[in-house]
Design a protein around this ligand. Structure first.
Ligand SMILES: *Cc1c(COP(=O)(O)O)cnc(C)c1O
Length: 460
């Protein structure tokens, strides 16, 4: 067998052509898929054949068969969950990353991707106003970004009381109290579960879902021993930000480590007009964010940032005979969980390079402007209440009653021309909008308001 570059060329040409069919369909296609998983399982569900087939045919078959079961997540009319599309440079870079096929975990083994990711990390710290020199690790998403920050926190706060969690584990360890707001994201609980902590102690939140500093102070005063506080930049339903400076001050007075889940909301820090809402965020100890949401790089890419020197490496770093260090700097595998991974920080570099600093600000401000335009257009429709202060990219809608809200949501999803998610917030069914796509424009906003109007009319 021989590596034949022509074979790759044929496959890549075909993949590009089929990718372009998909991308060209985005502006006009229905957002919702036309086939469900069961239908897709029937389409793909044959036993594997015995003989090899032409790789170009594999790509063709894949593109043709998958198409009905794809959701147009890259569409400017997709507002589901918190997802985001793909900037052109980020997609191109992602294709290069696949072609290069580097295991990006070791600096020595892949100098180019290591350097590009380190520069992307420095640019991120600068854009987000976080302490320069912090460790930056690229993870699959903010769930693992939260895990990484909280793993560092666990090692640090236990070390402060003379317990080495690396060697002794958690059994018999001093009790660590983990505090989190009532409206933390589910992934914080997951990360805590993976770390052996179980559920956090809950601190009450206000009407917008922000942690209440008075409640935090009261709880903190009752706690003895090592403490970790999880804050949130960007509530899933309201977009609201925890009061960072005050909450972090209270926590630090008690010697706590503060971790901020800023999966999408941390990007507000890049915008001069939004940054005040995150005032003091830079005084925390660790942060998680996503690049695959607000920054619009392809899946998957999260970011874990840890400010205290040496902590990530002590908590996460591996030492084995076969890993080769290139100098004193931390390797990618020292600051994030994986020992083998794709160079997922490279599309981050490309997105930031395409946008420039002003482009990042315009991207973030544009998402917020569209969220506010949707909120104001929708609140003019009959029976629509916007439940939250639209301070960022999230809008939560209510249609008079829970039943009615569920009916409108079902009608909207059945129509499929735009996509928004149903959810529950503060005991009520809601319809939630997340504006996370760089390409959403005024036409998409008008079209989407019209789609909700149709859903209101047709809902029974
Ligand atoms: C999306 C999200 C997460 C989880 O991020 P993943 O990238 O899905 O792992 C965590 N916190 C918040 C606030 C989120 O919106």
């Amino acid at each position: 067998m021989e590596l034949n570059p022509d074979e790759y060329k044929d496959v890549l040409d075909r993949a590009t052509a089929r990718s372009m069919e998909w991308i060209e369909s985005i502006p006009d296609r229905h957002v919702a898929p036309s086939a469900n998983v069961d239908a897709m399982k029937r389409v793909f569900g044959w036993p594997q054949q015995d003989d090899p087939i032409d790789p170009v045919d594999v790509v063709d078959e894949l593109a043709t068969l998958a198409e009905p079961g794809l959701m147009a997540m890259p569409s400017g009319r997709f507002f589901g969950w918190v997802i985001g599309g793909t900037l052109p440079a980020a997609l191109g870079a992602d294709v290069l990353v696949s072609s290069w096929d580097q295991n990006a975990a070791m600096r020595y083994a892949s100098p180019a991707t290591a350097a590009i990711e380190e520069v992307a990390g420095e640019w991120l710290l600068d854009l987000l106003g976080l302490p320069s020199g912090s460790d930056v690790g690229f993870t699959t998403g903010a769930t693992m970004g939260n895990w990484t920050g909280l793993a560092a926190a666990r090692a640090y706060v236990l070390n402060q009381v003379g317990w080495d969690v690396n060697t002794k584990g958690l059994q018999g360890a001093p009790t660590v109290t983990v505090l989190a707001g009532a409206e933390r994201h589910a992934s914080v609980d997951l990360a805590l579960r993976y770390l052996g902590f179980g559920l956090p102690t809950i601190v009450a939140a206000d009407a917008e879902g922000r942690i209440r500093v008075d409640a935090l102070r009261t709880t903190m005063d009752t706690v003895d021993g090592p403490v970790i506080l999880c804050l949130q930049a960007g509530n899933l339903h309201s977009g609201a930000f925890d009061p960072m400076r005050e909450a972090i001050e209270v926590a630090h007075e008690h010697g706590a480590w503060v971790h901020v889940d800023g999966a999408f909301g941390l990007w507000a820090a890049a915008s001069p007009s939004l940054r005040a809402q995150l005032d003091g965020v830079e005084t925390a100890d660790s942060w998680a964010t996503d690049a695959h949401k607000t920054l619009n790089v392809p899946y998957d890419c999260g970011v874990a940032i840890i400010s205290r020197a040496g902590v990530s490496r002590a908590a996460l770093g591996a030492q084995t005979s076969y890993l080769i260090k290139d100098g004193e700097a931390s390797d990618p595998y020292d600051v994030a969980p994986e020992m083998s991974r794709r160079a997922r920080g490279v599309p981050v570099w490309a997105a930031l390079r395409q946008l420039g600093r002003s482009g990042v600000v315009a991207l973030v401000d544009g998402l917020v402007a569209n969220a506010q335009a949707l909120a104001s257009g929708l609140s003019a429709l009959p029976d629509v209440t916007v439940l939250n202060d639209v301070v960022f990219t999230q809008v939560s809608l209510y249609f008079g009653s829970d039943d009615r809200t569920r009916a409108v949501t079902a009608a909207l999803i059945a129509d499929g021309a735009v996509w928004m998610s149903g959810s529950k917030w503060q005991g009520h069914d809601i319809l939630r909008i997340s504006v996370s796509n760089w390409s959403t424009d005024a036409d998409d906003v008008a079209f989407s308001i019209e789609a909700v109007r149709r859903a209101i009319e047709s809902a029974t």
